[in-house]
Design a binder for this molecule. Sequence first.
Ligand code: CDP
Ligand code: MG
Length: 745
Amino acid sequence: MGISQKIIDQRESLPTFEYKNELIDAIREYNVLVVIGETGSGKTTQIPQYILEGLPELKKIGVTQPRRIAAITVAKRVSEEQGVRLGSTVGYTIRFDDITSPDTQLKYMTDGVLLREATQDPHLSQYSVVVIDEAHERTLETDVLFGLLKKTQRLRPDLKILIMSATLDVEKFSDFFDGCPIFEIPGRTFPVDIVEYKDAQRLASLKSNVVDHAVDAAWHVHTEESAGDVLVFLTGQNDIERACRAFQERVKTESTRCFDQSVKETSVYPLYASLETYDQKAVFEQPKEGVRKVVFATNVAQTSVTIPGIRYVIDSGFVKEKTYDANTGMDALLVTEISQAAAIQRAGRAGRTAPGKAYRLYTQDSFDHMLPDTVPEIQRSSLLGTVLALKKMNIVDVVNFEFIDPPDEKLVRNALKQLYLLGAIDDVGKLTALGHKMSHFPLSPSLARVLVSSAEEYGCSHEVLTMASILAGENDLFRAPSARSRGGQQAVMEAEECKLRFAHHAGDHMTYLNVWYEWKRHDKSRSWCKENWINHKVLESAVSVRRQLVDVMDKIRLPIKRAPRWTPDEKKKKKKNGRIGNDEHGRQVDPVPILKSFLSGYFTNIANKGANRAVFSHYSPDQHLTEGMTAEVNDFMGSPSSSLVALHLHPLCSFSDMLDRNRIRYSELDWVMYMHVTYTNKAVMKGVSKIVWDWIKSGEGRDRIRKLPNTRLNGEDAPNVLEMDHDAQEAEREKIYQDEKKQEV
Ligand code: CDP
Ligand code: MG
C-alpha cells in the first residue's frame, strides 16, 4: 500500500509535527512523561508513530483509549497513515475483538483491555512503551492503570510511560508520577463565540425536552449561520436517533433555506459509542460541496474523536454518566449536568479549523453553578470488577491502593462485601479458588459467577453461555420502534406481537434462548431479525463472544453441559399458545437450573412484587446475609446497607407484553431477579425472570450464605411457579438427557 501525498501533507500540518524531534528526544530521555495539547493536535495518531519512526529500539507500543470507538477509528487511521494493513504492524484490541498479529508494533486498545492484561502479567512484559491516552477523561480503568503503572515501574525500570491528555488538570498527573516533566504542545485554536441561553426558567424545563430544544437550535444554525458543520451534544442513543429524525423531518417539510447561498443541503449523522463501525465512518468524511454536516453526538465527540470541519457547537449541558448508589448497590446511567471543564471542551470543538460559535442551551448562571471539574468515574462506580482485578494481582490492601483520587472507602468496602458474598474472596479478603476462576472471564464478576455455577453446580453452561453472550453486549436484543416516528403505532404493535411470540413464561432469560434457537433455525438470517424486530448485531456479536467465553471455560477446565430438555406435550403447547422454551429440535429446555445459575451471581438483584400492581420492591438481603459472619469479615466489610427501592418492569421485558395481553396475571409474579436497573423517570428493571423464594432462602449456589430469614414467608412460601411439566415428563426427560450426553461424548 502506498502513502498518498495528501496523507503526508495532512500529517505534517498537525501541531505536533513541529515538535516531532523534541518529543522523540524527551521520550528517549525520560521514562515517564506527560504530554498535553489541544484535542485534534495530533497526540493520539501522531506521537505513537513518532516513536515507531524515531525510536525503533522501543519494540512494542501499547496505547489506551477510554472508548472502543476511538481505539478502532484511530487504529484504522494510523494504519492508513503508515500504509499498512490494519492488524499487521498497527492493530487494535477491544473486549471480544482482537485485530492484532504477532507483528503488531503499535497496538491501540481500550484501557479496560490493558487493565486485564496487567492482571495476567503485572510486568506488562510485551510492551516497551505504554501510552495512557485521553488521561483527562479519568475513566475508572485509566485511574486504576495509573496506580498499577506506578507499581510496574518499580518492577521494570526500563518501561516507558507516556501520559497524554487534553489541557485539563495535568499537574495532578505529573505530581502522581513524582513530578515527571510535562511536554506542552501549544495549541492552534481559533476564537469561539459563546452564545448563552438568556431565559433562566428554561433549564429546569429543558431536561425533559432537551431534544426539541437542540433540534431547534440546530435548525437555527442551519438557516441563519454561514457555511460550516454543526455538532450537537446530546446524552444517548435514543435521544440522538430521535433528534436525527426530527431534524430530517424538518428539512423535508420546511421550505426555509439557509441565507448562505453556498449551503445547499444538509446531511445528518448520529454518533454514539455503540454505533456500528461501518455506520460511524461517514461522520469523519468530508461532505460534498454545498452540504452542511449536522452531527448529533454523545460525549464521545467531546474529546475522544475529532470530526473535521465543525464550526458550530450546540451544547445541551447534559451528559449520561455512570452513577453508583452505594446504598442500593446499583450502577446506573443517569443524565446529569456537565461540569464547567466539559462545557469549555465542548465549545472548543467549534474552533478547530476556523473561528466558531458555541450555542449553550443554558444560562450563564447555570454555567456558574456547574461543578468546576467532572467527578472521576472511580468515585461514582461500583468497584466490584476493579477490586477483583486488584485481588488477582495480589494487592491485598485495596482500601489503601494508591489512587490518584481515591474513591470513597464505602465504595471499596461495598465491593469487598459483594465479592465475599459471591464467594470470590474469603474471610481475610484473599482470592478464593472460585475467585480465581471468575477473574478469567472478561465479564462482570456477577456474570462470571453465573458461568462458573452453571458449569460446576447446575449442569447448564451450554445455555447459560448463550444468554451471557447476549447479556454481555451493550445493546438490547429487541428493537423498540418509537411511537412518534412515522408509522409508529403500527410498528409498535408489530414489534410487540413478535416479542410475544418469543416470550417465555419464566421471563427474559429463557426468552433470549428462544430467540437464539429460532434465529439459528433461520440460518442466522438478518432479514429474519428485521422482520421480527430483533437487533441482529446483538446476536451476531453474541456468536463471537460465546466462542471466546467457551475458550475461557476450556482453559480453566469448566465443563460445558446442556440443561435437561424434553419433548413438550402437544396439548399443553397449544394451551400455552405457542412456544415453551423450545430448542432447535423443538424440545423444551428446563429453566430451573438456568435461573438458579443466574441467581448465584445476581442474588442481590431481586425484587418482590407488592400489593400495588405494577411495582416491585428491591430486596436487600445484606443484613441477613452478613448475620453469620465473623467479626473480621464484618470489619472489612463495614456495616450492611439497607434499602427498598420501587422498581418497575422495562417495556422491553417479556413480562410487560405478557401482562398487557393477559398472557400472565400479576398474581403469578412474586419474586423476580433482574440483570440491571436503568432510570428514566422511575427505576426500571431489565433482563427480568421469575425466581422462587425457596431458592433464595436456601442460599442457592452460595454455600456460605445460609442464614436467611424466614420472616416474610413463614408459612406462606411462594408457589413454585416454575415447576412446569417436571413430574409428568421426568422419565422422558432423563432419557433424552442421557442420549444427549452420549452424543456429546
Ligand atoms: O489526539 P489528538 O486529539 O491530539 O489528535 P488526533 O486524534 O491525533 O487527531 C489529529 C488529526 O487527525 C485531527 O485533525 C483529526 O481530524 C485527524 N483524524 C482523522 O482524520 N481520522 C481519524 N480517524 C482520527 C483523526
Ligand atoms: Mg487524542
